[in-house]
Design a protein around this ligand. Structure first.
Ligand code: ATR
Length: 291
């Protein structure tokens, strides 16, 4: 049988997932076609029903469907339950199972950048869907202090409390609420006075907002960008956002969103096919699609 896979979103024209996955399928000689599905929110339920076709091996899910798809699936695996969003649909014994590979993909990307949480603080800009996955990955990686800054302060607070519920608790089930082993997770408005001090002392800064996709767009003044930190922007187009250019100019180590994008794809690919993903081929396809 020839397999079908694909990515659903709205809009979806600019997704480079087809290039990344098709290159991997072709390299491994898997008879499969990875498609691009443009589905408006009102048509999502009908589209999800079509996933039950026997030749459909799996799907990726992107904006704006990552949360809306949850109730349309038969089950969620722990990765999707923890993050509260689905970016990958698996078929297991004919059942549609939602998974999330964004958090694990971000964790692998951080590893590539040589980041290992030390005693310092991580600062995350944004509190949307991408921030949920990144925040979860940071805590799973062992970050002990996380400061979230978001334009909408209430949304930042809501994410902080969701992450506190999920945060690994070394004390186990009986741990007390004031257990010191718990990470400290705080949230502030983007214009809060705490921003400068937190940036100055952080060891990791991650932008999860969409600010920086357009030329000259930045949330921070260049002089606020920490020169001694690792600065990660999950945007991959452009390859260097104004934030990353400022960080580089100030001597910071930087990483854009391409490694996270490729790793989340690779993890999904392995779950669908059971085959070791050809990472070099996937990275090359992503770079070529963006060139
Ligand atoms: P995604 O799934 O990509 O994370 P999202 O859930 O819409 O998308 O979240 C977008 C994030 O970018 C949010 O943190 C948003 O801030 P608000 O919660 O205050 O809306 C942030 N964002 C987008 N445009 C912004 C801007 N011009 N200034 C500051 N933050 C912005």
């Amino acid at each position: 049988m020839s397999w079908r896979l694909g990515v659903v979103g709205y809009p979806i024209e600019h997704s480079i997932s087809p290039a990344i996955h098709q290159a991997a399928l072709d390299r491994l000689g898997i008879d499969g076609r990875y498609e691009r599905w443009s589905v408006a929110p009102g048509a999502l339920a009908a589209w999800a029903a079509g996933l039950r076709a026997p030749d459909l091996l799996g799907a990726n899910v992107t904006i704006p469907h990552k949360e809306a798809l949850l109730p349309l699936l038969d089950a969620l695996d722990p990765s999707a339950r923890q993050v509260g969003a689905v970016n990958t649909v698996l078929k297991q014994d004919g059942r549609l199972v939602g998974a999330n590979t964004d958090a694990a993909g971000f964790a692998l990307a951080l590893g590539d950048a040589g980041y290992a949480p030390a005693s310092g603080e991580a600062v995350m800009l944004g509190a949307g869907g991408a921030a949920r996955a990144v925040g979860h990955a940071l805590l799973a990686a062992g970050v002990r202090r996380l400061a979230i800054f978001n334009r909408d302060a209430a949304r930042g607070q809501a994410l902080a409390s969701a992450l506190r519920q999920q945060a690994p608790q070394r004390g186990g089930q009986g741990a007390r609420a004031d257990d010191r082993s718990r990470p400290l997770i705080e949230a502030f408005a983007l214009d809060a006075p705490d921003l400068d001090a937190r940036l100055a002392r952080c060891e990791l800064l991650v932008n999860t907002t969409s600010v920086g996709m357009r030329p000259g767009e930045r949330l921070l003044r260049p002089d606020q960008v920490p020169g001694g930190a690792l600065v990660v922007d999950i945007i991959y187009r452009p390859a260097e956002t104004p934030l990353l250019a400022d960080a580089r100019a100030r001597g910071a180590r930087t990483q854009n969103g391409l490694p996270m994008l490729v790793y989340q794809a690779a993890i999904a690919f392995e779950r669908w096919t059971g085959r070791k993903p050809p990472l070099d081929v996937m990275f090359a396809a992503a770079r070529q699609a963006l060139a």
